[in-house]
Design a protein around this ligand. Structure first.
Ligand code: DUC
Ligand code: ZN
Ligand code: ZN
Ligand code: ZN
Length: 476
């Protein structure tokens, strides 16, 4: 057999196995895994490195006009550059429907943002903010069948929130057409109540963002979403679970036989609400404002337990970047008047894999195989990326060569994102991506970007095997 590329001498890690073997690539796909493979046109010596499926980050926001108004620090170009630098080969960002406009238009506009601007492969989730009968009855089924097979709904934010009736209608419509539903679980009214109380008391610093939405707010919304899932018989993915309270709801639901999936993110095992205090309850706390907010160390342990016991199938970044000197501050003076106006979200696509490796694998909490599941394979299976997320003949040769021993102190200098800061400045990790290959081509090596922004392809996705109706309330 002749290969375009052979990666030789590494340790191949998949969800199932760890083995010393060479990997041959032909026409962008994995052609063979074995020992003593014939010489390739190109060769990469992977001695001392782990050969793993490229990261799939199924929860990132790029070029999305939301979460407080101001523009994001990353469009596709800088966001996907940061993604490949962090060992990722596919991202799934969100095409946001603005109220009063069609879902189709949201998707078309979003394609214009991505086209020719992506260093890695990508698909889109849709965000539904205006679930009219036409959207749910006609647009949604057509788009889902056309490869946009998942959608997100919000239980908070003025511009995004759906009421319970709307949530039920969306779940029901998703059940009809096989869309996978992701739910942002935080209760709108509780947050508004707390926000106004805090503002009246003059508690305006970024830290009070965390106070305005404690775990009970997330837990209540998770429970409500689960109940709507039960009533409609439509499985849901509860995204960005921040601590033990919402997590227990997922456990409880599963014990009742409901198909509820869970996602958690880097910040919920590595940041705390204390970080929102900044240097001295000042605006630097704005660098850590995201929703749900990071909690405390006890919550980290709860989340690790959820990861270890299968409550969470996917570990994502929820990369949602803003500029500290811009949108969180000077150019957006409102953000300095109250936590309410600080846009919610932090940049993290580049550090997701290193932090999970370091805190998870190096500290003995998860195995390398579980790491692969949480960062790649499960994202591919759940979101219908049929050619991605594994190392086996026939799959796209999307690969990260991982140096399990490399020690790095995370800093803004190392980052390739658009934001002017990283919330993990000074955070030490062991384990770092040495190289990233997209469909067999080196796109990053040793921190240097070798790929091109016109190389990433749009990925129409299959229906999720996790979606589709599963029970529901009887009509008789
Ligand atoms: N939800 C997200 O998924 N990302 C950023 C902020 C938010 O509320
Ligand atoms: Zn969200
Ligand atoms: Zn998000
Ligand atoms: Zn660089």
């Amino acid at each position: 057999q002749d290969f375009d590329l052979v990666i030789r001498g590494g340790t191949i890690v998949t969800v199932a196995d760890t083995s010393r073997a060479d990997l041959g690539v032909k026409d962008g796909k994995i052609a063979a895994i074995g020992t003593g493979l014939a010489k390739g046109r190109e060769e990469i010596d992977a001695t001392g490195l782990l050969v793993m499926p490229g990261g799939i980050d199924s929860h990132v926001h790029l070029a999305q006009p939301a979460f407080g108004g101001p523009a994001m620090a990353d469009g596709f170009e800088s966001g996907t550059r940061s993604a490949i630098a962090g060992g990722n080969t596919t991202v799934l960002p969100f095409a946001l429907q603005s109220r009063g406009t069609s879902l189709r238009k949201a998707v078309e506009d979003y394609h214009k943002e991505a086209d020719g601007q992506s260093y890695c492969d990508y698909g889109f989730h849709m965000i539904l903010t205006d679930p009219t009968p036409a959207v749910l009855g006609q647009e949604l089924p057509a788009l889902v069948a056309g490869g946009y097979s998942s959608l997100k709904v919000f239980m908070t934010y003025d511009d995004l929130v759906l009421n319970d009736r709307e949530l039920l209608e969306v779940f029901d419509a998703a059940g009809e057409c096989g869309a996978l539903v992701m739910v942002h679980c935080e209760g709108y009214d509780a947050i508004r109540f707390m926000t106004e109380k805090l503002e009246k008391a003059g508690r305006l610093a970024p830290y009070f963002h965390a106070v305005s939405r404690p775990q009970s707010v997330e837990r209540e919304a998770a429970h409500r979403a689960i109940s709507h899932s039960e009533l409609t018989g439509v499985p849901i993915m509860i995204v960005h679970v921040s601590g033990g309270e919402a997590m227990e709801q997922i456990r409880w639901a599963r014990a009742r036989g409901l198909k509820i999936m869970g996602e958690t993110c880097t910040q919920y095992v590595s940041l705390t609400a204390e970080d929102l205090k900044g240097l001295n309850m000042d605006e630097t706390g704005g660098k850590y404002v995201c929703s749900p907010p990071p909690r405390d160390r006890e919550s980290w342990e709860a989340i690790w337990n959820g990861i270890q016991t299968g409550v969470f199938q996917v570990f994502s970044s929820d990369h949602c970047p803003f500029f500290f000197e811009g949108e969180l501050g000077k150019k957006n003076p409102k953000a300095r008047t109250s936590f309410r106006w600080v846009p919610n979200g932090i940049p993290g696509v580049e550090v997701r894999m290193p932090i999970l490796w370091s805190e998870g694998v190096v500290k003995g909490r998860i195995t390398p195989n579980e790491f692969v599941a949480l960062t790649s394979t499960n994202h591919a299976r759940i979101y219908g990326l049929t050619n991605k997320g594994s190392l086996a003949p026939g799959y796209d040769a999307d690969i990260v060569l991982w140096d399990p021993e490399r020690r790095v102190t995370i800093s803004q200098d190392l980052m390739h994102h658009g934001s002017d800061y990283t919330p993990w400045e000074g955070f030490q990790v062991t384990g770092w991506p040495e190289a990233t290959l997209l469909r067999g081509e080196l796109v990053m090596r040793g921190g240097e970007i070798l790929g091109r922004k016109d190389k990433g392809r749009f990925l129409p996705r299959a229906l999720s095997p996790m979606a589709g109706r599963h029970g529901g309330a009887a009509l008789d």
